[in-house]
Write a protein that binds this ligand. Structure first.
Ligand code: UN1
Length: 497
């Protein structure tokens, strides 16, 4: 076959698109058709990361000194550009990540919301004033940027997660080094181009692409990096947290989940099933808020499972670019292998494979990383498939005696990201809200997603540091400075203790 020329993208340092010091590039493939090469990007190395940090450091003073409403205006321009190019961005996401086009469009819309919201924060960079206990004294707080911040993002939301970190970080006056996941850098390149076009000054946002470890280590250890916002696995996040402590960086890690839906006997079963099926198999289960456990009250267990299997069997599996697809391929070969390995583990552990479980082959599927939506029943809470994050279309089902038992099961994992209950019993719903160990709690809606003006994140092994999005993001990306002014200059020594 004739070699097709693919675009080779550069990294972005100090306002210039440059080649990596490594002199190496690598190719990105479409997970639905692995022989389709979408483009090539630089395999950045430590000197690139160092140059990016230096550029960010040099740009910091001027950007931090730019009034926040002006910083917000640049974000608003970037929002408008994204609004104009929604379809192009959605296609880019589907091509490199594999999610369905409607999901990708949703991700773009969410990213627009984030940028629009963060732009407005430029006019709401509030501190507060309060009476001092001393005479002739004014006391108030102001916000300052953290400084140089490293933004490290995963492959499953190539646009939205970068957007929800970068936009608030920029409006708070930080300068950034952005390191996207090695398998989804193409949408990241587009996002950085968008900010460049919106008028961001050189050095404020720098991009390094490529496989992680050494570049990531450089950013995490670098003395000129003041903060890190990371989304990814609990394993990498906890290592990063330890490492960053050495230089006392501010850290925000958004990590894994093992999110449960509790279904009580009084729930509207039809709506519940739609929420569970969407939560478990939408986006091919590759999101940290995906539903991976469903805990069903005993009295409705059998009919619920029967209907769950029936609805799952109707899902249409295929290339995310095609119309009417519910479940698209997993994002990469390593994802595919990991998910298939867990399906094997579940079977060996003695859970019952009630539906699915196969990697799909055949003319429609060859050349893509397709896994069938999979349901395990008779799952014991100490099994690995009940405890570990699989990050794929695999749902484990549990039976609970009553609400207390269901909450106990929901809390029986190390994670605490998102959770949901389906019930019309107000009292039970509120007991659940009080007791469930999760950072995001839903009643009668799926475990997925969130609104951009509300905090996003989890407890236990799902997150450390401040929540993302909403006003919490501004709290993470800024330092609060407390100011006392003795305007009569009347005191010779401090009066408060
Ligand atoms: C969502 O559920 O809509 O990596 C967003 C993840 C999460 C984001 C999920 N940080 O899947």
């Amino acid at each position: 076959m004739e070699a097709v020329q693919v675009p080779i993208h550069r990294i972005f340092i100090n306002g210039q698109w440059v080649e990596s010091a490594s002199g190496r590039t690598y190719e990105i493939n479409n997970p639905a058709h692995t022989d389709q090469v979408l483009g090539a990007v630089q395999a950045a190395v430590v000197p690139d990361a160092e140059a990016a940090v230096e550029a960010a450091h040099a740009a910091l003073k001027a950007w931090a000194g730019t009034p926040a409403p002006q910083r917000g205006a640049i974000l608003y321009k970037a929002f408008e550009l994204l609004r104009d190019r929604q379809d192009e961005f959605a296609r880019s996401i589907t091509l490199e990540e594999g999610k369905t086009l409607p999901d990708a469009k949703g991700e773009v819309k969410r990213s627009m919301n984030i940028m629009e919201y963060a732009a407005g924060e430029g006019r709401r960079m509030f501190g507060y004033t309060t009476p001092s206990e001393l005479t002739n004294t004014v006391a108030y707080t102001v916000r300052r940027p953290l400084g140089v911040v490293a933004i490290i993002t995963p492959w499953n939301f190539p646009l939205a997660i970068p957007a929800w970190k970068i936009a608030p970080a920029l409006v708070c006056g930080n300068t950034l080094v952005f390191k996207p996941a090695s398998s989804t850098p193409l949408t990241a390149v587009k996002l950085v181009e968008l900010f460049e076009e919106a008028g961001l000054p050189p050095g404020v946002l720098n991009l390094v692409t490529g496989p992680g470890a050494s570049v990531g280590d450089c950013l995490v250890n670098h003395p000129k990096v003041n903060g890190i916002s990371f989304t990814g696995s609990t394993e990498i996040g906890s290592r990063l947290y330890v490492q960053a402590a050495e230089t006392l960086k501010k850290v925000q890690c958004e990590m894994g989940g093992k999110n449960a839906v509790i279904v009580l006997a009084d729930a509207d079963i039809d709506k519940t099933l739609r929420g569970v099926v969407q939560g478990a198999f939408g986006s091919t289960g590759q999101r940290c808020t995906a539903t991976s456990r469903v805990i069903v009250e005993e009295s409705i267990y059998e009919p619920f499972i029967e209907e769950l299997i029936r609805q799952t069997s109707q899902l249409k599996i295929g290339d995310g670019m095609d119309e009417g697809i519910d479940v698209s391929p997993t994002a990469s070969e390593s994802q595919y292998s990991k998910i298939m390995e867990y399906i094997g583990i579940g079977t060996e552990e003695g859970a019952r494979l009630a539906y699915g479980g196969r990697g799909l082959t055949g003319p429609e599927y060859d050349g893509g990383y397709y896994v069938e939506p999979t349901i395990f029943t008779d799952v014991q809470e100490d099994m690995r498939i009940a405890q570990e994050e699989i990050f794929g279309p695999v749902l484990t089902v549990f039976k609970a005696v009553d609400l207390d038992d269901a909450i106990r099961l929901a809390n029986s994992v190390k994670f605490g990201l998102s959770s949901s209950i389906y019930t019309h019993d107000l009292s039970k719903g509120f007991q659940y809200v009080d007791q469930v160990e999760a950072g995001m709690v839903h009643i009668n809606s799926p475990t997925l997603g969130g609104e951009v003006h509300l905090p996003f994140g989890g407890m236990k092994a799902s997150g450390v540091g401040a929540r993302e999005q909403g006003t919490e993001a501004v709290n993470f990306f800024s330092e609060v400075v407390t100011v006392y002014i003795d305007y009569a200059a009347s005191r010779t020594q401090a009066k408060f203790i």
